[in-house]
Write a protein that binds this ligand. Structure first.
Ligand code: ADP
Ligand code: MG
Length: 139
């Protein structure tokens, strides 16, 4: 299942569309290079889910936790991780199977821990526009 949510210049509309597309799925993997807009988009998703917490990039902290009416929201950034062992150290599977929303930037190292369905999101920048494509993956 794939959905093209092309222009994400209207972040609010795009965030709602992605949450609709995801339905009950709560694990989101964000692919896209540095500066693609992953953090910005995740912030919009958290806002869309009703969170009013202070938002920051978890580049140094690995995981940030926000409160929302939809429950805890977990925001990961694995850019600085060197290997999957570090994910075991933070208890990655507990987060992934907690039933809470998990938004993951630089998710490559986490792929081996995934089970069930998840939402794969690709953000691309072309000229001055950002494009988002989402697909439901897994078994
Ligand atoms: N949809 C957008 N429209 C305009 N500017 C954006 C958009 N998304 C991100 N940006 C800007 O691009 C820069 C990088 O965004 P960021 O979300 O930090 O990227 P990433 O997390 O993918 O590295 C920031 O300055 C941000 O304000
Ligand atoms: Mg980022």
């Amino acid at each position: 299942m794939e959905q093209e949510i092309t222009q994400i210049d209207d972040l609010k509309t795009a965030a709602k569309a992605l949450l609709d597309f995801a339905g009950n799925e709560k694990v989101f993997l964000f692919y896209g290079g540095m500066g693609a807009g992953k953090t910005t988009f995740i912030k919009e998703l958290c806002t869309s889910l009703g969170s009013t917490d202070n938002f920051s990039s978890p580049t140094y902290s690995i995981v940030n936790e926000y409160q929302s009416p939809a429950g805890k929201l977990f925001h990961f950034d694995f850019y600085r991780l060197k290997n999957a062992t570090e994910l075991l150290d933070i208890g990655i599977d507990e987060y992934l199977y907690s039933g809470n929303y998990c938004f993951i930037e630089w998710p490559q190292l986490a792929e081996v821990f995934l089970d069930g369905f998840y939402i794969s999101v690709n953000i691309k920048v072309q000229e001055n526009n950002r494009y988002l494509r989402a697909s439901k993956q897994g078994t």
